[in-house]
Design a binder for this molecule. Structure first.
Ligand code: SIN
Length: 490
């Protein structure tokens, strides 16, 4: 029978190494707080390099047996894990909301979203094909086979505490790799709960190991993995500066890297767009997780002919959003993750207003609700001189930039070092083809704001990183190709 847990039963505060919950070797802990109130939820292990090394030891020991399992045996474990996640959807959703702050409906939605990657890669595990290369010489057979890369280190962010770690661990396990993982310091509890369920599902000891660490200790703990030659791959979702650091530091042992980094996505509304659809698409894309999503539109370009009308329609919808703690069933926007995030949002809005932006709605902290709330905001007359043009805001702020023609919009959209997602709305068939090809992004939403799916390749170009998660391509990042050349056959 599939076991279900109450929320409290899912909370673990130790590291999970070699199949056992163990405190940090230094016995140090750090507090995890509820961003809605600042209250402490749990005190979890604050790991050192020694804990990171213990995790790698376990993962390296477990690798030969796990990679030797039949793909359908690994798939069966992943299917059981998926069933357990779905059976515990309500409690996991509540845990996400508790430590991350997103409204409960979104927390539950994230559980189903994360679980969909586990189901997807359970299936993909059984489809890892190689190639028989057309014969080049008599008596010689050439084949290409795919093998797991080895021990994988997964480092995950706080904005989707379940989905991001699920979509890294699932393909790694499907491919036959073993894993050492470190979730973000703000949201370690959901990751630990997921590992608990993986253990329940029958993931063998050492195959999946998790350590937690505070902001002060995380760098040293992760450095242990970066410099350990047994760790063959790093998969990371987070900021571009951290991604660059991981690439630099792991270069000594030439690890394979998947980096899903910053976004600053453009969203273009052309004169010929269906304006109602464009407003709905922007609302869906922008306000998911309160704007704290790498693929959230951050720079909204609206053509002059529809600029004022679009701004008015949008401001009305944004002004009606309900901001409240995750526990309020009517909440649509929760608190931001911490005070640093809130300060950055406030700095961007203040700077924009100082440079001439008009506040159509919002534009202020909501201190009466708690320490980390900011009103959903629409700013008109945004310009390239503003900080929010070049820095990703990661909050519920929509700046509206005016443009005259297509070339100007595409050039402004591409004028960024980032290239994760981009969106545009137009009813023109030829324009759709031209703009889709011209946008420098790994993901393009065309008359659509909800782009994420386990069946689609998720990832960026330029300084948004490399590698793809999800889809039939997602497994390749965890595999290496071995060429076998067999002679003397005739
Ligand atoms: C992210 O914010 O990094 C991921 C969001 C998604 O999966 O849609």
């Amino acid at each position: 029978m599939t076991r279900t847990f109450e929320l409290a039963g899912l909370i673990r505060s130790d590291n999970f190494i070699d199949g056992a919950w163990t405190p940090a070797q230094d016995n140090v802990r750090f507090a995890v707080t509820n961003p809605a109130s600042g209250e402490i939820i749990a005190e979890v292990a604050d790991s050192s390099p020694a804990d990171a090394c213990a995790a790698t030891n376990a993962a390296a020991r477990a690798l030969p047996a796990w990679r030797a399992r039949l793909p359908k045996e690994r798939a069966a474990v992943l299917h059981r894990w998926h069933a357990l996640i779905m059976a515990n959807l309500d409690a996991l959703g509540a845990l996400i909301s508790l430590e991350q702050g997103k409204p409960l409906a979104e927390g539950k939605g994230e559980v189903a979203y994360g679980a969909s990657y586990v189901a997807w890669f359970a299936e993909e595990a059984t489809r890892i094909y190689g190639d028989l290369i057309p014969q080049q010489q008599r008596g010689k057979r050439m084949t290409a086979v795919k093998e797991p890369v080895g021990v994988v280190a997964a480092i995950t962010p706080w904005n989707f505490p379940l989905a991001m770690i699920a979509r890294k661990i699932a393909p790694a396990l499907a491919a036959g790799c073993t894993v050492v993982a470190k979730p973000a310091e703000d949201t370690p509890l959901t990751a630990s709960a997921l590992v608990l369920l993986a253990h329940e599902a029958g993931v063998p000891p050492g195959v999946l190991n998790l350590i937690t660490a505070s902001r002060d200790h995380a760098v040293a703990a992760v450095a242990e993995w970066l410099h350990d030659a047994r760790v063959r791959k790093i998969t990371f979702t987070g900021s571009t500066p951290v991604g660059k650091y991981l690439a630099r530091e792991s270069a000594e042992t030439l690890k394979k890297l998947s980096l899903e980094l910053g976004g600053n996505a453009p969203f273009i509304v052309f004169d010929d767009a269906d304006l109602e659809a464009a407003v709905a698409g922007l609302m869906a894309a922008k306000f998911r997780n309160g704007g704290q999503t790498c693929v959230c539109p951050n720079r909204v370009y609206v053509q002059a002919g529809v600029y004022e009308r679009f701004g008015a329609l949008l401001a009305e919808r944004v002004g009606a959003l309900k901001v409240a703690p995750a526990t309020d069933p009517a909440a649509q926007i929760g608190p931001m993750i911490n005070s640093r995030a809130l300060d950055k949002i406030a700095r961007h809005v203040d700077d924009a207003v100082a440079h001439g932006a008009r506040v159509l709605t919002g534009g202020k902290r909501l201190a009466e609700l708690g320490p980390h709330y900011y009103a959903p905001t629409v700013l008109a007359d945004a310009t390239a001189a503003m900080q929010l043009n070049s820095e990703e805001t990661f909050g519920p702020i929509v700046p509206l930039f005016r443009f005259e023609d297509e070339a100007e919009a595409v050039s402004a959209a591409n004028d960024t070092p980032f290239g994760l997602a981009a969106y545009f709305y137009s009813e023109g068939v030829k324009r759709i083809d031209r703009v889709a090809r011209a946008l420098e992004a790994g993901i393009v939403g065309i008359n659509e704001g909800a782009v994420a799916s386990e069946a689609a390749p998720f990832g960026g170009v330029k300084e948004s990183g490399y590698g793809r998660e999800g889809s039939k391509y997602g497994l390749d990042d965890y595999l290496s190709i071995k060429y076998l050349c067999q002679g003397n056959l005739e």
